[in-house]
Design a protein around this ligand. Structure first.
Ligand code: GAF
Length: 389
């Protein structure tokens, strides 16, 4: 266990003891993620390339006899309890507890006899920063309940179940990327996921060997209508696919893009389609470079992805664009917004010895524009969900 994991795991274990008395039967951890490239491609059945962060959510838990789930979270220092009636139908538990109840609901819906449980949750994944705090919570709870109940669910089937909790129980129309990243990522690798058949390839992403680092910049931008805009982008993509007579935009190759765009009447839909089709290709190109250990060379693809999100998909905000421009001006090899958009984080690929310089340049650009100071953190590709020793 790394030191940061030990600290959050200790908080979960201590929270368990304070709330319920005694020791938890075990502790399960699941990470947040950044997406190296491939944004808004997952629900278009395309390609994504996330990696897990060293920031984790940890659940300390044990079984309880009653068909009841009692959950304490350090974030609100609040305990909630729900029973079988609350997970008989989606949406009955709201707020942060919905992510936990949603996992119980999805497991039961899939026919698994979920044991009653007492859970204590601690997390280092910041909320609302676009680093998948909800997928980390769902994935950690899922790992805990599977083990406590002795339930069999192969790792490749777990993301779909956690996604169902979020889509149906919580009601957020997200794709399969975040839960896949939290559950299936491996240390030192990015996860190349085909979101159509959910096949994965672990792509070595050895930043140290290349003398590079990934700097994650939390834009601290308030999320502006993120949920409504996310759903609107999804609808535009579906409309584009329908108009083109394909099952999903994944089925349009870059070599067919001009012909496809010429068949669309609506300028906005054309821009949305262009982003998704070119973004899928950028993922494939990034994977090809990483397979050849040409890590430095992926920089321009990251920046092109950002330009596409800014101009065609229109999901960036001024703080995010400022962070990308400042990082590039300070020598980053590439930079892009990561995650759903309308706030959240930027990742910049940088020479490892220039992290402080790039972070300072972004902070100075923010100050010049009067934005709230950004957060910065260098990260390495970390392990996916696991039971802690
Ligand atoms: C959010 C969603 F949860 C993902 O499914 C994905 O669509 C992403 O935005 C954009 O790539 O994180």
């Amino acid at each position: 266990m790394t030191d940061p994991t030990r600290a959050v795991a200790d908080r979960a274990a201590a929270g368990f003891t304070t709330q319920y008395g005694g020791q938890a039967a075990g502790r399960w951890a699941a990470p947040g993620r950044v997406n190296l490239i491939g944004e808004h491609t997952d629900y278009n059945e395309g390609f994504v390339l996330p990696f897990a962060l060293p920031l984790q959510t940890v659940v300390a838990a044990d079984r309880q006899d009653a068909e009841q789930w009692t959950v304490w979270s350090e974030l609100s220092d609040e305990t909630i309890t729900f029973g079988a009636d609350d997970v008989a139908e989606a949406g009955r538990v709201t707020g942060w507890g919905a992510y936990v109840a949603g996992v119980v609901w999805a497991l039961r819906e899939a026919g698994h006899p979920v044991p009653g449980a007492r859970l204590a949750i601690a997390s280092d994944v910041p909320l609302g920063a676009g680093l998948s705090s909800s997928a980390a919570l769902e994935s950690a709870v899922l790992a805990a309940l599977l083990d406590l109940g002795g339930l069999e669910l192969p790792a490749e089937s777990q993301p779909r179940l956690a996604q169902r909790a979020e889509n149906v129980y919580v009601g957020a129309p997200t794709g399969i990327m975040d839960q896949s990243a939290s559950i299936r990522c491996r240390a030192g690798h990015a996860l190349f996921l085909d979101c159509r058949d959910e096949s994965v390839e672990q792509i070595p992403f050895d930043l140290d060997a290349a003398g590079l680092a990934v700097l994650v910049i939390d834009s601290r931008a308030p999320h502006r209508h993120a949920d409504g805009e996310y759903a609107a982008r999804r609808r535009s993509c579906e409309a584009g696919a329908r108009a083109l007579g394909v099952a999903a935009l994944r089925d349009v190759g870059v070599d067919q893009l001009d012909t496809a765009l010429a068949r669309l009447d609506d300028e906005e839909t054309r821009r949305r389609v262009r982003h998704v089709v070119t973004e899928d290709q950028r993922v494939l190109d990034t994977v090809a470079l990483l397979r050849a250990a040409r890590v430095r060379d992926i920089g321009p693809l990251l920046t092109a992805s950002h330009v596409s999100m800014r101009d065609d998909f229109e999901i960036t905000v001024p703080e995010i664009d400022t962070a990308v421009e400042a990082a590039l001006a300070a020598g980053a090899l590439g930079a892009r917004m990561t995650g759903g958009g309308f706030g959240g984080c930027v990742l910049a690929l940088i020479d490892a010895d220039r992290a402080d310089e790039v972070a300072a340049a972004v902070t100075a650009a923010y100050a010049e524009r009067g934005f709230t100071a950004p957060g910065t953190l260098t990260v390495l590709p970390s392990p996916g969900a696991t039971r802690l020793p």
